[in-house]
Every structure is written in structure tokens, then in C-alpha cells.
Ligand binder design. Structure first.
Ligand SMILES: *[C@@H]1O[C@H](CO)[C@@H](O)[C@H](O)[C@H]1NC(C)=O
Ligand SMILES: *[C@@H]1O[C@H](CO)[C@@H](O)[C@H](O)[C@H]1NC(C)=O
Ligand SMILES: *[C@@H]1O[C@H](CO)[C@@H](O)[C@H](O)[C@H]1NC(C)=O
Ligand SMILES: *[C@@H]1O[C@H](CO)[C@@H](O)[C@H](O)[C@H]1NC(C)=O
Length: 414
């Protein structure tokens, strides 16, 4: 106690002795020091923001881009969309909405030769798809959505809203749309080699079989598409209808994901889990989602695993023409995927053993992880991407077929 008092007195004493000018100088020095610190913090922060922005806009380096600052809403038609809604015989001038063109009905009518049945390339749940030549000579796929039904209306808004904000070379590009009260059309880039489903399960046997390397490349392309939706988008997006029919192949047989009409924007609350009506396609639905409607990104992982099994086995997810016990692809495949003897026997016979056993076992292991019943044990899409990269890389360097020609636009990473 005494000691303490003594100390105090000494301090006070010294305090009085300090000349006022020195005190002032020290104070000024401190203020200057703090100001410099604050300014350098602000500069560093601004620089980081700037570099993040330029990274985001540089598609060449970072293959996928997401405008994080635009809020995704589906409650109303975008203002521009209403204003420029196309009408029969409307003006031919095109307006743009967020880089996506707005077309008039007349333009799309002439692009498809009056929606001529000879230009019909696909029929989907939401509408027919026509091949069309746009005025600037671009070949495109024009999807005419069914007029009736709320589901079609929601699908239209989702595709326009999502695809005008999310840009990724692993998605089929949305070039534009046309909307008025009666007609809703979406204009996509044209994918000349059709759907993965038609390639894997062709109606006539003359069609060329996809080789092992091409299949794995497509698997990696799709894994990257889902990785982007799940992990590089905030809030994350769940595709909800991932299947081989929604994977289109370009001229180099590279895979791109389409049909975002059922997609769901994840929420940050509840671990991103959403309770919802069960939509999607039988054979691809994760068991927990099918039984309870609880949707997470892990539901997409399951669907991805089913597609991987299709690529491995050449079988469709549900095939009642097969012997009993083989109807459901996942149940038939699961015990075989981790058996080194059985896994070789389950591979698509059309591949004629053109794969290395080591690669096959690795890919089978990925598929087995993805289709697990317990969602928590399924991997993240990033894990899948990183497991596939070395396999695909090795194959493409050891092979000279033209289908391995890398499209420069598509493979900036890895
Ligand atoms: C891409 O980004 C990496 C770092 O992430 C950088 O080293 C490289 O120079 C960039 N390339 C281009 C073309 O900007
Ligand atoms: C894929 O499409 C391109 C362009 O239409 C075509 O030249 C090529 O033969 C197709 N590939 C296969 C395997 O059919
Ligand atoms: C693995 O598959 C082979 C051939 O299908 C079978 O004979 C063997 O019993 C299986 N092994 C295990 C551990 O299931
Ligand atoms: C790459 O492929 C060759 C044969 O094609 C194989 O011998 C080698 O082990 C593979 N390397 C890796 C890392 O998978």
C-alpha cells in the first residue's frame, strides 16, 4: 500500500515537470501515427475490394462469375421485361436486359421458320425446343414454354433471373428471351451433340459410343457446374433436377448443364436446408428428399452420383426391362462399386475395357460416396472436382483422339 502511494506520487511529480510543449508534441505524434494507420488500412481495404471486383469480372481467369450484389428475387417480373414485352408484329429493334437480349416473337418466329416441326429438336416438360438461326447468324435453341401452368411461369422467371446473373462456361448460355402475356420463350446457345442421355442410351445402335475419356471429361464439367452453384454462389443454388437429360454436349463433346427451371435458392439459415414440395425426376431423387421434402445441396450430389453411374454402366437409372434386382441402378450398383472384381464386370460393355483399372476403381469410389443414403456422408462437389481432375488430366495427356481437344474457352482452370 505504502509502496503504491509512493509510486503514484513520483508519477504525479514527473507529470508536473514535463513541459507543455513536449506533451503537445507527443500528442500530435500519436494523432499522426493513428491517422497514418487508419489511412493505410482504408487503402489496403479498397485495393482488396478492387482486386476482388476485377477477378470477378475476368471470365478468362476465373471461369465462373456471380454478381453477388444483385439480389435474386422471383416475386415479380423484372421491370425491363414487362416494358419490352414482345408482341405479335412488334418492332424488330432488340433491347438488352443484363447482357441477355430481349427478342420479339416475330424475330423468333422467323428464326425457326415459323416454329416449323422440322426444327423441333427436343420436347421437355416445360415446352418444345426449336433450332433457330438468329438474325446475326447465331444458331440457337429456342425453348417455347407451355402457356398454361404456374410451374412454367416460375421456370421462365428462374431461368432468366439466374442465368442473367450466373455466368459459367459449364452452363448452357442464355442468349435472350421473349415475354408477353401469351408467349414465353428462352433463347439458348445451340448444343449440336444433344443430351448426354441420348448419347448414353441411344435409340438406334449405329450412333457413336462415348469413350471412357470423354465420359470422365463430361463428369468433370458437370461437377464444376454444380460446384459453382453450391459453393461459389451466395446464397447457394440447388439445381434440383440434375440428370443426364439436362446435360447437353457441345461440338467438342464437352458437357454443359441446362434446365434451371426447378432450381432453388438455398437459405443460409437451417444449414441451407429447405422444406419443399418434392419435384425432380424419379431415379435421380435423393432418398431423404423424396421421403421428407428436405432439400439441401446434398440432394444434387446424389443426383450427380446417379449420372456418374450412368456414365460407368451405360444403364438408365430405372429399367424395368432388366431382371429382378437390377431395376434400380443405384441399388444394383452400390454393393458392386466397392468390390474390385464386381466393379469391372459392371462397366458399360460398349467401352470394351478401354479404361485403366486404377481409374475405374477411383471413379467407382466417387460414385459410391455420392449415392450414399446418409446425406452427411456424401462429399462436397469441390471434393468430387478435385478427385476427378488428376484422372481426367492423365487420360487426356495419354490420348490423341479428337474428342479430347480442349476447348480453350472451357478449360481455364485445372
Ligand atoms: C489468373 O490468376 C492467377 C492467380 O490466381 C494469376 O497468377 C494469373 O496471372 C492470372 N491469369 C490471368 C490470365 O489473368
Ligand atoms: C458433335 O457435333 C459436331 C458438330 O456438329 C460434329 O461434327 C461431331 O461429329 C459430333 N460428334 C459426334 C461424336 O457425333
Ligand atoms: C465381389 O464380386 C465377386 C464377383 O461378382 C464375388 O464373387 C465376390 O463374392 C464379391 N466379394 C465380396 C466381398 O462381396
Ligand atoms: C497415368 O496414366 C498412365 C497410363 O496411361 C499410368 O501408368 C499412370 O499411373 C497414370 N498416372 C496417374 C497419376 O494416374
Amino acid at each position: 500500500m505504502l509502496h503504491h502511494n509512493h509510486h503514484h506520487r513520483q508519477y504525479n511529480h514527473r507529470h508536473h515537470i514535463l513541459p507543455e510543449t513536449t506533451l503537445l508534441l507527443v500528442l500530435i505524434a500519436i494523432v499522426i501515427f493513428i491517422s497514418i494507420l487508419a489511412i493505410s488500412f482504408i487503402v489496403a481495404f479498397l485495393r482488396r475490394m478492387k482486386s476482388r471486383n476485377t477477378n470477378g469480372n475476368n471470365i478468362g481467369n476465373k471461369s465462373c462469375m456471380f454478381n453477388a450484389h444483385s439480389i435474386i428475387t422471383f416475386n415479380g417480373t423484372p421491370v425491363d421485361m414487362k416494358r419490352s414485352g414482345c408482341k405479335y408484329g412488334g418492332s424488330l429493334a432488340t433491347a438488352t436486359y443484363k447482357g441477355v437480349q430481349v427478342f420479339t416473337y416475330k424475330e423468333l418466329q422467323s428464326a425457326t421458320d415459323g416454329f416449323n416441326p422440322s426444327n423441333l429438336v427436343a420436347k421437355s416438360a416445360f415446352g418444345n425446343v426449336y433450332r433457330g438461326m438468329l438474325r446475326d447468324g447465331t444458331l440457337s435453341a429456342i425453348k417455347m414454354l407451355h402457356r398454361e401452368g404456374k410451374q412454367g411461369e416460375r421456370a421462365f422467371r428462374l431461368e432468366v433471373d439466374l442465368l442473367s446473373r450466373l455466368h459459367c462456361p459449364y452452363f448452357v448460355d442464355l442468349l435472350g428471351y421473349c415475354a408477353d402475356n401469351q408467349q414465353k420463350l428462352l433463347v439458348f446457345e445451340y448444343m449440336p451433340n444433344g443430351t448426354l442421355h441420348d448419347r448414353l442410351h441411344p435409340c438406334d445402335s449405329r450412333s457413336q459410343v462415348l469413350n471412357w475419356g470423354t465420359r470422365l471429361r463430361i463428369a468433370l464439367d458437370c461437377a464444376r457446374a454444380l460446384e459453382f452453384l453450391h459453393e461459389h454462389t451466395t446464397p447457394s443454388v440447388i439445381h434440383r433436377d440434375f440428370k443426364s437429360m439436362n446435360i447437353l454436349l457441345n461440338e467438342n463433346l464437352r458437357g454443359k448443364v441446362c434446365d434451371f427451371g426447378l432450381a432453388k435458392i438455398g437459405s443460409d439459415k437451417l444449414n441451407g436446408m429447405i422444406s419443399t414440395r418434392v419435384l425432380g425426376t424419379t431415379g435421380y431423387l435423393a432418398p431423404e428428399y423424396a421421403s421428407t421434402g428436405k432439400l439441401t445441396t446434398k440432394s444434387d450430389i446424389y443426383s450427380y452420383g446417379v449420372v456418374l453411374l450412368e456414365l460407368l454402366t451405360g444403364r438408365v437409372p430405372i429399367d424395368t426391362n432388366r431382371p429382378p434386382g437390377e431395376h434400380v441402378l443405384v441399388s444394383w450398383a452400390l454393393p458392386r462399386l466397392t468390390n474390385r472384381t464386381a466393379v469391372v464386370e459392371m462397366v458399360d460393355p460398349n467401352l470394351h475395357g478401354q479404361f485403366s483399372r486404377k481409374d475405374l476403381i477411383q471413379v467407382a469410389a466417387i460414385a459410391a460416396m455420392c449415392v450414399q443414403t446418409a446425406p452427411d456422408y456424401r462429399p462436397l462437389m469441390t471434393d468430387v472436382v478435385h478427385s476427378l481432375i488428376p484422372i481426367v488430366h492423365n487420360i487426356s495427356f495419354g490420348c490423341s483422339t479428337s474428342s479430347f481437344r480442349f476447348s480453350k474457352r472451357i478449360s481455364p482452370r485445372s
